[in-house]
Design a protein around this ligand. Structure first.
Ligand code: HEC
Length: 184
């Protein structure tokens, strides 16, 4: 093909157009993107055998929910009881307690705005599960915050163990017992 053949037919104001082909690398890239988009639609876009973004997201979320149950899963009673006689865990629990709980329950658990946590009278029950539940879910109407939303599940367990360990201690200014007597 001579250069002359590649001059296109039309002419405007004396200007002719030369049929200058796109460079090969450009044409190859152009077709490659089109082929890639077709493969992408089938494999990732959800049109074919691939999972698709939505399904992939749902699968990820299902796995996440299984790994981190939002209701905290079953309360690890044995683990909390073990923690309540483990110095290291109790130290962690004490730290959480001093930071978040002492303002209302007093530093030694004797009670102020919140009830005495050292006696054997409990408004919401005195089992590990019940104490854990009150701490995790709170009693919002009465001014006890839901700590499950603010602390990690591990911290809730630790502070539950710490509260459990307070039983029978003698606070400086104990608040009168509230709720029902519970025997352990
Ligand atoms: C803003 C004040 C406040 C803070 C902070 C607070 N509490 Fe309470 N808490 C209360 C009140 C008020 C109640 C009583 C709820 C009721 O009357 O039903 C309570 C109840 C409880 C009970 C149940 C007592 C029972 O007799 O059944 C436990 C256990 C408890 N709190 C633990 C904690 C722990 C652990 C923390 C820290 C992580 C904490 N609280 C922080 C105010 C507070």
């Amino acid at each position: 093909m001579s250069d002359k053949d590649r001059i296109l037919e039309h002419e405007y104001d004396g200007i002719k157009e030369y049929d200058n082909p796109m460079p090969r690398w450009w044409v190859i890239t152009f077709w490659a993107t089109i082929i890639y988009s077709a493969i992408y639609l089938v494999v990732v876009g959800g049109m074919g055998t691939g999972q698709g973004n939505v399904d992939e997201y749902e699968a990820d979320m299902t796995a996440w929910r299984a790994a981190y149950p939002q209701d905290g899963g079953p309360v690890d009673v044995a683990g909390i009881l073990a923690m309540s006689s483990d110095t290291e865990a109790l130290e962690e629990g004490n730290e959480v307690y001093t930071k978040y709980c002492a303002a209302c329950h007093a530093a030694d658990g004797g009670g102020m705005i919140g009830p005495n946590l050292t006696d054997d009278a409990w408004i919401h029950g005195g089992t590990v599960e019940q104490i854990h539940q009150v701490i995790a879910e709170g009693v919002l109407a009465k001014g006890m915050p839901a700590w499950g939303k603010m602390l990690s599940p591990e911290q809730v367990d630790q502070v539950t163990a710490y509260v459990w360990s307070l039983a029978g201690s003698t606070p400086a200014a104990p608040k009168a017992p509230e709720g029902e007597q519970v025997t352990r």
